[in-house]
Design a protein around this ligand. Structure first.
Ligand SMILES: Nc1nc2c(ncn2[C@@H]2O[C@H](COP(=O)(O)OP(=O)(O)OP(=O)(O)O)[C@@H](O)[C@H]2O)c(=O)[nH]1
Ligand SMILES: [Mg+2]
Length: 463
């Protein structure tokens, strides 16, 4: 009897009965309700129910197509959310503008910042600041300061690489205080235990830490060391012996001085790792060397990704090859390389997505991209660089392994060293992936891209 009643509701729902559909939703059969509602999109009332359902299930791309076709669904905040989540930043901004309160102005500022339009970001964060609620004041002020720094409006003295990395790793040192452990102490078991704990907290993986500390113990006995202070250079040696295999400053300078034309660099990495931002910074360095630079927007996953790369291209005053959102990434990569070859570009830098719309596994897609680059120019890409976000520590290593499987990676770019409290992850990344580190990024400004110098890095970590 019970089952009969249920299918009866379903039958009515399938005929387009609003009550029956609502009943289905109420009883938790939302996917059934959704597939029925999709046959009644032309009915205004049912369409609105479908839209609500999409929102509830975070199906923003579907909600987006509904808004685009029918124009009458959703409130401004809902539409803004849908546009934002499906990557249509300009449209999201239009909707947030209609609302105009603190949260939406602030949001607009953040969206502009996200796509790299810092001037516009500053304008809207300033507007939001006029009506900032008390509890948000400090956060907004910090963001304003960051934006001004990025735009070069506030003066920050130029620092040496050592000062920069020391400051970058300040958070690491604040938490783990690696240095203090060596002061006024004897070498004993307790010291080694403490050192172990601190190195693990700096995000060097446990196995590696045990290994390092074991080696230190052996060396301490062998050399008959007595005080903790004598152990510090040994620790430095030990860390350095690991990361000096991952490159030197020269790698970056070699990359900047490649003579082969066009020199094609393929950027890979999970979403959010910092590919597009790094490409923008690197492009501006090449441009400053008077090189002819072309960017390829092969991240066609979101409209905003293309927009973001375009803004960086404008800022660096370099050219870009792009197609519409959803276009085949491999064909963008092909065209960029071809144009690079035919029109005498010195450098072509190709941006890719860390995820895809289609069910096609990412690995296959990346392989396809590489093949099409080679089809356009058999020597390319001369470098495939994997971008790794240093703040996600151990996770980044398993992700990197997936990319390594797809494409021969030549080296790494480590980003967000300014945001990490765990500088030690660089040591684990180096040990586990055994790939050269071509450069590091420690901020969102154009100039926040540096060579990786193992010695300076370890000094800063232990200073
Ligand atoms: N603090 C800090 N933020 C960074 C750094 N590099 C990138 N970001 C920020 O990290 C966010 C993601 O960077 P993107 O360059 O968009 O990353 P992506 O890998 O291109 O991401 P998808 O396009 O989504 O695949 C942006 O908000 C950047 O401004 C860095 O070195 N330091
Ligand atoms: Mg990107």
């Amino acid at each position: 009897m019970f089952f009969w009643k249920k299918s009866d509701t379903e039958k009515k729902a399938e005929e387009g009965s609003k009550e029956a559909i609502l009943e289905l939703i109420k009883s938790g059969k939302t996917s059934k309700a959704e597939s029925i509602l999709e046959n009644f999109k032309d009915n205004e009332e049912l369409r609105k129910i479908l839209f609500d359902l999409y929102l509830k299930n975070n199906e923003y791309y579907k909600a987006y197509t509904l808004i685009e076709k029918y124009k009458d669904v959703g409130t401004a905040p809902e539409r803004a959310l849908v546009y934002e989540e499906s990557g249509y930043i300009t449209k999201a901004i239009e909707e947030y503008l209609k609302i105009g309160d603190f949260n939406s102005l602030y949001k607009i500022g953040l969206l502009y910042k996200h796509i790299g339009d810092y001037q516009k970001a500053l304008e809207f964060i300033n507007r939001a600041y006029q009506i900032v609620p008390y509890d948000k004041k400090k956060e907004v002020e910090e963001l304003l300061f960051d934006l001004k720094k990025i735009l070069g409006i506030v003066d920050i003295p130029k620092e040496s690489l050592f000062e920069k990395i020391s400051k970058t790793l300040k958070k690491t040192k604040d938490t783990i205080l690696l240095n203090t452990i060596f002061i006024n102490r004897k070498i004993d078991e307790e010291l080694f235990e403490e050192l172990e704990e601190k190195l693990i907290r700096a995000d060097i993986n446990v196995k590696l830490v045990l290994n390092i500390v074991e080696n230190l113990k052996k060396e301490a006995i062998k050399r008959n060391l007595q005080t903790a202070e004598q152990l510090k250079p040994l620790l430095k040696e030990e860390l350095l012996s690991i990361i000096k295999n991952c490159g030197s400053k020269d790698l970056f300078f070699e990359l900047l001085n490649e003579k082969e034309k066009p020199f094609v660099i393929l950027f890979l990495g999970v979403n959010g790792s910092g590919k597009t931002t790094t490409i923008g910074k690197l492009a501006s360095i090449y441009k400053a060397q008077n090189k002819k630079v072309l960017l390829g927007a092969a991240d066609t996953f979101r409209a905003a990704a293309i927009e973001q790369l375009e803004i960086w291209a404008q800022r660096a005053q370099v050219d870009i090859v792009k197609k519409q959102e959803g276009a085949d990434p491999a064909s963008v990569a092909f065209e960029a390389t071809k144009k690079g070859l035919e029109e005498g570009y010195d450098v072509v830098i190709i941006d890719t997505a860390g995820r895809l719309h289609t069910k096609e596994p990412l690995i296959n897609e990346l392989r396809k991209i590489k093949k099409s680059i080679q089809k356009a120019y058999e020597k390319a890409p001369q470098k495939a660089l994997l971008v790794i976000d240093s703040t996600i520590g151990q996770n980044s290593i398993s992700q990197a392994k997936i990319f390594k499987e797809a494409v021969d990676i030549n080296g790494l770019v480590i980003t967000k060293l300014d945001g990490t409290s765990k500088g030690g992850s660089v040591i684990s990344i180096c040990k586990d992936l055994a790939l050269p580190i071509y450069m590091t990024a420690d901020g969102e400004r154009m100039e926040d891209l540096d060579p990786f110098d193992p010695e300076t890095f370890v000094d800063a970590l232990l200073s």
